[in-house]
Design a protein around this ligand. Structure first.
Ligand SMILES: Nc1nc2c(ncn2[C@@H]2O[C@H](COP(=O)(O)OP(=O)(O)OP(=O)(O)O)[C@@H](O)[C@H]2O)c(=O)[nH]1
Ligand SMILES: [Mg+2]
Length: 452
């Protein structure tokens, strides 16, 4: 195919590279197989507007110190570049700054090298719609780029300078004695990072205040969590007419939306839809999105939405649980929605039941999924059952707890007497050792003092 036929509207052509390590130290933590992970990478490319034209894989003991993949594989990659005429190469794992540099040099100008992290950051940048969202993504992007800054990226530094308090008007007169352009670029980016953090802090104070108000209103907050594209936004729309964008894209939602929902037996909750998770979620993103993720961390309970029709539903649920643990939200009361039940035709279920263990992962294989409520957010089925389950977890079913409450926590003591069942109280020097049963919505209030 000749370049002459390419129009401006043609999507950039991308080629994927995935590596599996035999050596345990380099093994991926995520449970997905190499092929499943590359399929997900292709979806990420699709969401980012890239056209995937091919992929290569390699099994290695450990990464090549210079080029990540072996020298022979680099040759093969260059040959494919000639044959397929792609302008972007995407690695499925995060490349170190050194690997990035070496590979960029070998690929030459005119080929952009991305890794999974850069791709996810790019999608977030495209989808950010609020000021807070944009600030958070920009911060994550600069944190990612700073150690990887090469001459190729000096234009980015100039953009960064533009926002750093007027310091960036061409950089003329800024150059200190003996400072190279690269050093100036690094400094401008560091300045920009400082400024972004400062701006974010201000925006986030507001959010924290709103959350505080919600807490005081005593209406329990349920955060919808789940793998990206599981149907979280479709579900909040079905339950509340929230009007959140739902799309067959990864990371369609970045900014939290909260709506009030009345449960079947009359209790009320606040339901929050927020950003989804994915395996190998970039650490810079988790750090930058701390405020957004607080919505999840501070919730009274979690509604975990699983796309039960996905071949890797169990691994995805596992990834979500791991991410929640990492955020310190792993022990909250959880209601599981097995979504897209409308897609599970009888044939499909039969297929799943005969699947080999490493082929289609049976969702049932993952313990938590056996307790889920089948729903279809799209067709509005199972929703009453789901709401009823939420109501019972938050308000009706009692959870046994053991807490050491200091005397100064008198408000919690009276909360226990009012809404819980106290089973034993043992006075100690500084407080009370208490065994009680409480409704799930109160668990979060006691987490500081929890023994069991
Ligand atoms: N068949 C079927 N499709 C669904 C269902 N729920 C959601 N979908 C589709 O799944 C895709 C993703 O839905 P979203 O609601 O945007 O998913 P999300 O979890 O909010 O995804 P992100 O915000 O991108 O992380 C959309 O194309 C929805 O139409 C369902 O119950 N059945
Ligand atoms: Mg969404």
């Amino acid at each position: 195919m000749s370049k002459i036929h390419k129009t401006k509207a043609a999507k950039p052509r991308a080629y994927l590279v995935g590596v599996e390590f035999r050596n345990n130290a380099h093994k991926r933590k995520a449970a997905l197989s190499l092929q499943a992970s590359l399929e997900e990478l292709a979806l990420l490319c699709d969401t980012a507007g890239l056209d995937v034209v091919g992929q290569m894989t390699q099994v290695l003991d450990s990464p090549n110190p210079n080029t990540y993949i072996g020298a022979g594989k680099v040759e093969e990659l260059l040959a494919w570049k000639k044959a397929e005429d792609f302008e972007i190469v995407v690695f499925d794992d995060e490349l170190s700054p050194r690997h990035q540099r070496e590979l960029e040099e070998l690929l030459g100008m005119g080929t952009t090298l991305l890794d999974r992290t850069a791709l996810i950051l790019d999608i977030f940048a495209q989808h950010a719609s609020t000021r807070e969202g944009s600030l958070q993504v920009e911060l994550a992007q600069y944190e990612y780029r700073l150690p990887r800054l090469t001459r190729m990226w000096t234009h980015l530094a100039r953009q960064a300078g533009g926002g750093a308090g007027g310091a960036g008007s061409g950089g003329v007169g800024l150059r200190g004695p003996g400072e190279t352009q690269l050093e100036i670029d690094r400094r401008l980016i560091r300045d920009r990072i400082t400024k972004l953090k400062h701006d974010l802090e201000k925006v986030q104070q507001q959010r924290a205040q709103q959350r505080q108000q919600r807490k005081r209103s005593e209406i329990p907050v349920v955060a919808i969590v789940g793998y990206t594209n599981a149907g979280k936004s479709t579900l909040i729309n079905a339950l509340t007419k929230a009007g959140v964008l739902a799309a067959d894209q990864l990371f369609a939602t970045l900014d939290p939306t909260t709506r009030r929902v009345r449960l079947p037996r009359g209790h009320e909750i606040l339901l929050t839809d927020t950003v989804g998770f994915i395996q190998k979620l970039p650490t810079q993103l988790v750090a930058a999105f701390r405020a957004t993720l607080e919505e999840t961390v501070e919730a009274d309970a979690l509604l975990h939405v699983v796309d039960i029709t996905h071949p890797n539903a169990a691994e995805q649920a596992e990834t979500v649980m791991e991410t929640l643990d990492g955020l310190g939200a792993g022990n909250k009361p959880m209601i599981i929605a097995l979504n897209k039940a409308d897609k599970r035709s009888p044939e499909r279920i039969a297929l799943d039941e005969n699947a080999s263990p490493e082929g289609h992962s049976l969702p049932e294989a993952s313990g938590i999924l056996s307790e889920g409520v089948p729903v279809s957010a799209l067709k509005h089925t199972g929703l009453d059952h789901l709401l009823s389950e939420i109501e019972s977890v938050l308000f009706e079913r009692l959870i046994p707890i053991k807490v050491r409450l200091p005397f100064k926590a008198g408000d919690l003591m009276s909360m226990l007497r009012r809404a819980g069942n106290i089973e034993s109280e043992i006075p100690e020097e500084t407080g009370m050792l208490i065994e009680a049963r409480i409704p799930g919505r109160l668990l979060d209030s006691f987490k500081m003092y929890l023994i069991k």
